[in-house]
Design a protein around this ligand. Structure first.
Ligand SMILES: [Zn+2]
Length: 195
């Protein structure tokens, strides 16, 4: 057996992360969801922008800062247009940006459910000996690599950590990132199937 089966796994979260905030309406911590609408405030040649979130239990809202006092000329026209027209796609992209969200909401509930689209990039031989997985993560997600591999390869997390080797073990405990690569021997996959 020789060569690799090189595949790309494109990982996308199914639902946007939800900030957990003390809701002024409910008087307790509640998850908030993006309304898909922006709020803008122009001050001369400067612009403030927020994405409006709504409490999941009442009508209270929270404005998530996107930028403050930004010179309008430094914004690209497409972004500006998207903000002015409440472009749903732009709002969704921002709603899924958990890193930016965390800057304003220390507590965030991230959905663990992701969609994995698998695509064969190259098969060097039908008797390939290693599976080479390249991760494409266009939208950041909190799903850990080991959990994802365990789920998709139908094996335990302990087994995944064992197979992937000590070098990347630490990386596997972190959220999956764009461009990461994991190689697993076919032998190991077969053994694990039989186990
Ligand atoms: Zn509320």
């Amino acid at each position: 057996m020789s060569g690799c089966l090189c595949v790309q796994w494109t990982v996308t979260p199914l639902t946007a992360p939800e900030p957990i905030l003390i809701c002024p309406g409910c008087g307790r911590a509640r998850p908030f969801r993006s309304s898909g609408k922006f709020r803008l405030n122009a001050n001369g040649k400067q612009l403030d922008a927020w994405l409006i979130y709504k409490c999941t239990s009442c009508a209270a809202t929270w404005n998530r800062p996107l930028f403050e006092r930004r010179a309008v000329r430094t914004l690209d026209p497409a972004t500006l247009q998207a903000l002015h027209s409440n472009d749903p796609r732009h709002a969704e992209t921002l709603a899924f940006d958990v890193h930016q969200l965390r800057r304003h909401a220390p507590k965030v509930r991230e959905a663990a459910d992701v969609q994995v689209h698998k695509q064969v990039l190259r098969q060097e031989s039908s008797a390939w000996s290693r599976l080479d997985i390249l991760f494409a993560v266009p939208v950041p997600t909190s799903v850990r690599m080991d959990r994802l591999l365990a789920r998709e390869l139908q094996m335990s997390r302990t087994k995944v950590l064992e197979l992937a080797g000590a070098k990347i073990r630490r990386q596997l405990r972190r959220p999956v990132r764009d461009g990461l690569r994991v190689t697993i021997a076919r032998k190991a996959l077969v053994r694990s199937d039989q186990a």
